[in-house]
Design a protein around this ligand. Structure first.
Ligand code: NCD
Ligand code: ZN
Length: 466
C-alpha cells in the first residue's frame, strides 16, 4: 500500500522535456510508482488541472544564521522557500562566524536540524591561505562546494569579509593577489571540489569609484553607480577564473552572472572543454537598469543589474545551456538599511520565495516552457552539486513535489513574503502561475501560500562528481 497518491496532474519531466498526465505514488518519502494505472494509497490528492514539478532547488541563499539574524534566519528563510516551491536550499557561508573548516560545516548542519522547513546543504568559504588546508575537511564533512568572494578584503581579527575595501584600511587583509587565488584553484582541483566565485574585479571598481565625483552625483543615480561597477568588472574576473580553471583542471562555477560579456566568455570556455558551469539570478532576468526609476534602491544587488542588452544575452545563455541554472541569491537586509544613498546601502534582497513564481509567469507569457523551468530550477542544480535523489520525478527519487496552478493570477507583495525582512524588488508585479502545494519527501509542507506543520527538513547529501 502506498502512503500518498497524487492523481490526475500534468507531470513535468525535465529530462525528456515533456509533460504527461500521470499519477504519482509515494512510499516512505520516495517516488515508488508513476503512470496511468489506478492504485490505492492511505492518502489521495486530486491534482486535476494542476501541474506537478520536481521541488525547486535554490543553491544560493544567504540565510544569515548565525550572525545577522535581524536580517533573516534559517527558519524564516526555509519557510519562504517552502511556500515558493523550493524544497532544497544551499546556505551560503558568509555568516558570522563563517564556515571555514569541517568542524564549522558539521556544526552548522546540526544547528539547522530543528529549524529547517526544507532539506538543506551547506557551503564552505575560502579565505585563501588562511584556510587552504581546510578545504578538503569541508568536503569530507558534507559541504556542497566552496565559495570564494573574489576581490573582497578580510577582517584581520574576525576573518569576516570586508565589503567596501579602500586602500590603506586598517585591520584588514587586502584582497588576495592572483598568486594566492591560483593556489586555491590548485587545491580545489586536487581535492576534486567545486569552486564557486563571486566575479567582480575589485581593483577596477575601486579605481572607478574613486574617480566618481560624488559631489556632483545624486544619491540615487543608478547610471553613475553602474559606471563604477561595469560589465568589464565581471569580464576581467571571469576571464582570469576561466584561465585558472583551464590550467589547474579545477571545476569552476560562476555565481550570479549579469553581463553579455560574461556569458560569451563562458560559452567559449565550455566549447573549449573547460570544466566550468554558471548561474544567473531572477533579478538579472526580470529587471534591467531601465527599471530603476520605477523600482528604486530595492534593486541594488551585487553584481549590479545591467542593461536590457545584457538581460537579453542572459536569457539566450540560459536557453542554450551556457548558463546551467538559476539561483535566487536570497540576501535580505533590514528595511531601514535599504533607504538613503544608493552608493552606501547594503546590496541584496529577498529571492527564494519569488523565484519559481517569476519563472512560471515567464511560462504564462510564452517565453519558456514548464519542462525548461524544471530543468533550470531542479534537474541541473541537483546534477552539478550531486544532490542525491533530488531534481527529477523518477522512481527512487525523493517525493519533493510542487503542485502548480497555471491559471492563478495574483501579485507578488512584500507583505505576503515569509522572510524576516520581507522586501523584494518585485513588489506589486502581477504573476500568472503559482505554486499551490509543496511536498517534501511526501509530506505536505506548504499550501495556498502558507506553511503547514513543523520543520521537517533534513541535510541533503551533496556529492558532486568533478
Ligand atoms: C550578498 C549578501 O548580502 O550577503 N549580497 C549581494 O548583493 N549579492 C553577498 C553576495 O552574494 O555578494
Ligand atoms: Zn555573491
Amino acid at each position: 500500500m502506498f502512503d500518498l497518491a497524487i492523481k490526475g496532474g500534468w507531470v513535468v519531466d525535465p529530462v525528456r522535456q515533456e509533460i504527461k498526465k500521470q499519477n504519482i505514488y509515494v512510499k516512505d518519502g520516495r517516488i515508488a510508482a508513476l503512470g496511468e494505472s489506478d492504485a490505492n494509497a492511505l492518502e489521495t490528492r486530486d491534482a486535476s488541472g494542476l501541474y506537478v514539478l520536481p521541488g525547486g532547488i535554490d543553491t544560493h541563499c544567504h540565510f544569515r544564521n548565525p550572525g545577522a539574524t535581524e536580517k533573516e534566519d534559517f527558519a524564516h528563510g526555509t519557510r519562504a522557500a517552502a511556500v515558493g516551491g523550493i524544497t532544497t536550499v544551499l546556505d551560503m557561508p558568509n555568516t558570522n562566524p563563517a564556515v571555514l573548516d569541517g568542524i564549522d560545516v558539521r556544526k552548522k548542519i546540526a544547528y539547522f536540524h530543528d529549524k529547517a522547513y526544507v532539506d538543506y546543504g551547506i557551503w564552505g568559504l575560502s579565505l585563501g591561505d588562511l584556510n587552504l588546508d581546510k578545504l578538503l575537511s569541508m568536503k569530507e564533512a558534507g559541504a556542497a562546494a566552496i565559495k570564494f568572494f573574489w576581490g573582497y578584503a578580510i577582517d584581520t581579527k574576525t576573518h569576516a569579509l570586508v565589503y567596501n575595501y579602500t586602500k590603506g584600511k586598517e585591520d584588514v587583509i587586502p584582497p588576495l593577489d592572483d598568486g594566492e587565488v591560483y593556489a586555491i584553484f590548485r587545491q580545489i582541483a586536487a581535492n576534486r571540489q567545486i569552486l564557486a566565485i563571486h566575479a567582480e574585479n575589485s581593483a577596477l571598481i575601486r579605481r572607478l569609484t574613486e574617480e566618481l565625483d560624488t559631489s556632483k552625483t545624486a544619491d540615487d543615480d543608478y547610471a553613475a553607480f553602474l559606471s563604477t561597477r561595469p560589465s568589464l568588472a565581471e569580464e576581467l574576473t571571469v576571464a582570469t577564473a576561466i584561465s585558472m580553471a583551464r590550467d589547474t583542471g579545477a571545476h569552476l562555477h560562476i555565481l550570479h552572472m549579469t553581463s553579455r560579456r560574461g556569458v560569451e566568455l563562458v560559452r567559449r570556455a565550455k566549447a573549449d572543454g573547460v570544466s566550468v558551469t554558471a548561474e544567473t539570478a531572477p533579478h538579472y532576468l526580470f529587471l534591467s537598469a531601465e527599471d530603476f526609476p520605477a523600482v528604486g534602491p530595492m534593486m541594488k544587488v551585487y553584481p549590479l543589474i545591467k542593461s536590457k542588452d545584457d538581460q537579453a544575452a542572459l536569457w539566450a545563455g540560459l536557453l542554450d545551456g551556457t548558463l546551467d541554472f538559476i539561483a535566487s541569491d536570497h540576501a535580505p537586509h533590514r528595511i531601514e538599511e535599504k533607504r538613503g544613498s544608493l552608493f552606501k546601502m547594503p546590496s541584496g534582497m529577498c529571492g527564494v520565495e519569488t523565484m519559481m513564481p517569476l519563472m512560471l509567469d515567464a511560462v504564462s507569457r510564452g517565453k519558456i516552457t514548464l519542462p525548461f523551468v524544471a530543468r533550470v530550477l531542479s534537474q541541473r542544480p541537483a546534477e552539478i552539486y550531486g544532490i542525491e535523489r533530488k531534481g527529477k520525478l523518477e522512481i527512487g527519487f525523493d517525493a519533493d513535489l510542487v503542485l502548480v496552478d497555471m491559471q492563478k493570477t495574483r501579485p507578488i507583495r512584500n507583505k505576503d513574503l515569509h522572510s524576516k525582512q520581507p522586501l523584494t524588488a518585485f513588489d506589486g508585479r502581477s504573476i500568472t502561475g503559482w505554486p499551490v502545494s509543496t511536498y517534501l519527501r511526501g509530506r505536505l509542507i506548504a499550501a495556498d501560500h502558507e506553511i503547514v506543520g513543523d520543520p521537517g527538513g533534513q541535510p541533503a547529501h551533496c556529492r558532486a562528481a568533478v
